[in-house]
Design a protein around this ligand. Structure first.
Ligand code: BES
Ligand code: MN
Ligand code: ZN
Length: 489
């Protein structure tokens, strides 16, 4: 989508549809509608709003025919409640406009305050709202989406606004890239094609992308990753993308769980739990989205994405409960339930990244546990780290992007549940605190590296749209990760 700036105002805009922010609250709401009726004519909006119970509450929209009264054919009144954050308002306007304007050719929006933050968020919201996964739709009309939008009221030459449009776009493109990967069906997106997608995008952005095949992974000694792969007919891959600016202030490594399908292995999942398990590579998608966004935005931070990718299947060679494997770190691990495969894959990748890359921060994203969703509900991710400052910074970044995380305890009391009678440790513990125990297992494999684990099992994939999350793959975590990196620069 082409997003541009214009000095024009909404009443002079000839775009097919124009979006306007409407606050709630008796006075503000009335005044906002009054201002529009001054152009469209008294009584042209208020009775309709009242009939449709539109009161300017956040996430309420009202589409009004402006025929003949304003220059545009439609007005889209976007409820913003009592939101004051310019970026949140910008995002809401952009998102609502792009979602509503599929059939229109041209669209425009008016920001209450035309600041760089607001413009960036509006541009980000426009591209996020226009997102649809249509790769497998034969019907061309399903693919219709807004091709251009204008942000109004932008004084010519006002500093930073053009850059802000570009930034919002760069960010949203990276989020949408992650969404596309998650939405691709698992017969199409395998470890092999995931690596190809990462390599193709890396090439476009001039980044280095190294891909390890099975033989190389064997040579490195990632036996836990290889154990998970045994039941699959498709080779595993380790994918390593590097964005290295000329001067960088910090080095951050993102690690992603890339299970392109999780059938559970021999401890097979029931059909109902398996159906969306193409989403089990969402951590990998987020990780890649972040490094690509960092490159598009030319952040002054060295960013690595390291992904461990395989399927978890039930083939004749599949790993079994009771098997013991020696991790890359050196510890031996007893397998209990083959469906707790993500932590095995991550363990090998985390220790490799910690040792070889020696980052200032290592942050993993993983759709790791159903227990996380039991604890926090389907739209919130769990955040684990021993580093209070890192947690605070990350939660701050998340709040700015409207993504929901919650800090959880790395409760060392639960560590004893990982004791094994025949190996150094088991990969799972008891019934209670499943998300915490998974995090404690990972913690065994990070050495001294400052580390944070993000369990995104819930918000990575949704069955219906919710707030910033579209249906299907959401790209959750990309925007927060990028904002965190920007805060380091
Ligand atoms: N990929 C799943 C976790 C998951 C569940 C992600 C629902 C997204 C939505 C993970 O590999 C898994 O199966 N975890 C098990 C662990 C258990 C066997 C200890 C779980 O949560 O049931
Ligand atoms: Mn599993
Ligand atoms: Zn899994």
């Amino acid at each position: 989508m082409k997003v541009s700036l214009s000095e024009s105002t909404w009443d002079k805009s000839s775009a097919d549809i124009v979006a306007l922010a409407i606050p709630s609250g008796k006075d503000k709401f009335g005044r906002a509608l009054g201002r529009i009726e001054a152009v469209t004519g008294k009584g042209s909006i208020k009775p309709l709003a009242s009939d449709e119970r539109f009161s300017g509450k956040a996430s309420q929209n009202l589409k009004v025919a402006a025929a003949g009264k304003a220059k545009s054919r439609w007005l889209l009144l976007v409820g913003i409640g009592d939101e004051k954050d310019e970026a949140k308002i910008g995002w809401a306007l952009g998102h609502a406009l792009a979602s509503a304007a599929r059939a229109q050719k041209s669209a425009a929006l008016e920001l209450p305050n035309v600041t760089a933050e607001a413009v960036r968020a509006a541009s980000q919201g426009l591209l996020a709202g226009a997102y649809r996964y249509t790769e497998y739709k034969s019907d061309k009309t399903a693919k219709a989406t807004l091709s251009s939008a204008v942000i109004l009221g932008a004084p010519k030459g006002k500093r930073g606004l053009t850059a802000a449009v570009r930034e919002g776009k760069a960010l949203a493109e990276s989020v949408n890239f992650a969404r596309d990967l998650v939405n691709r069906p698992p017969n199409d997106l395998t470890p092999v094609t995931l690596a190809r997608a990462a390599a193709t995008e890396s090439r476009k952005l001039g980044l280095s992308c190294r891909v390890w095949n099975k033989a190389r992974i064997q040579k490195e000694g990632m036996n836990l990753l290889l154990a998970v792969n045994k039941g699959s007919a498709i080779e595993p891959r380790v994918i390593h993308v590097v964005y290295k600016p000329a001067r960088s202030k910090k080095k951050v490594v993102f690690v992603g769980k890339g299970l392109t399908f999780d059938a559970g292995g021999l401890c097979i999942k029931p059909a109902g739990s398996m159906v969306d398990m193409k989403c089990d590579m969402a951590g990998a998608a987020t990780t890649l989205g972040i490094v690509f966004a960092a490159a598009r935005l030319k952040l002054p931070i060295e960013v690595h994405a390291v992904v461990g990718s395989t399927e978890n299947m039930t083939g004749a060679k599949a790993y079994r409960p009771g098997d013991v494997y020696k991790s890359l770190e050196g510890k031996t691990v007893e397998v209990i339930n083959t469906d707790a495969e993500g932590r095995l894959v991550l363990a090998d990748v985390l220790i490799w990244a910690a040792r070889k890359l020696k980052p200032d921060y290592m942050i993993d994203h993983a759709t790791l546990t159903g227990a996380c969703m039991v604890a926090l509900g389907p739209w919130r991710a769990a955040l684990y780290t021993d580093d209070d400052k890192l947690a605070a910074k990350y939660l701050d970044a998340a709040a700015g992007e409207g993504e929901s995380f919650w800090r959880m305890p790395l409760d060392s009391d639960l560590r004893s549940t990982l004791k094994s009678s025949i190996a150094d440790l088991k990969h799972m513990g008891g019934r209670y605190g499943g998300s915490i125990i998974a995090a404690l297992f990972l913690k065994e494999f990070i050495g001294e590296t400052p580390w944070m684990h993000l369990d995104i099992a819930g918000p990575a994939f949704t069955d219906r749209p919710k707030g910033r999350l579209p249906k299907g793959g959401t790209g959750f975590g990309v925007a927060t990760g990028v904002r965190f990196l920007e805060g380091l620069g």
